[in-house]
Design a protein around this ligand. Structure first.
Ligand code: ZN
Length: 138
């Protein structure tokens, strides 16, 4: 039985893009949308890895691996003057939009993900407000 490899559960509409140093580059690194979302949650939102893993629909171990991989690529790019290419050739998984009635937090999870818990206040009585909310990711 095959396991889906790409999760790409992005709460924000992260877009593929390229970062280029304004001097001669030494090649490039490729950051996936998963990795971008993982560092957004871990480093910008300052979420606990366990909660962030819930948001992305992956295990805590997997989330840790994604974050580590992203940090290494970014460090490599910054230290060694490499270009960063983000989000190439990735397919989107079907997602559903979840809302927490307690704190109002809205986030996305994979369509087949049912262990739902609010990443913000940890409430369990969350509700599905929209299925397959992928528009805007064109
Ligand atoms: Zn909540």
């Amino acid at each position: 039985m095959g396991r889906p490899k790409k999760y790409r559960i992005v709460e924000y509409l992260l877009k593929p893009t390229d970062f280029k140093p304004n001097r001669k580059t030494n090649g490039y690194v490729e950051l996936t949308i998963d990795e971008l979302e993982a560092i957004r949650l871990a480093d910008l939102e300052n979420m606990y890895q366990e909660d962030a893993a819930h948001v992305m629909g992956v295990s805590r171990q997997t989330f840790g691996r994604i974050v580590k991989s992203a940090h290494m690529k970014i460090a490599d790019a910054v230290v060694n003057t490499k270009e960063i290419k983000i989000g190439k050739d990735e397919t989107c998984r079907d997602v559903k939009l979840i809302k927490c009635p307690s704190c109002g937090k809205i986030w996305r999870v994979p369509i087949d993900y049912n262990k739902l818990r609010c990443p913000e206040c940890h409430a369990k009585n969350v509700e599905v407000i929209k299925i397959n909310d992928n528009e805007g990711e064109k």
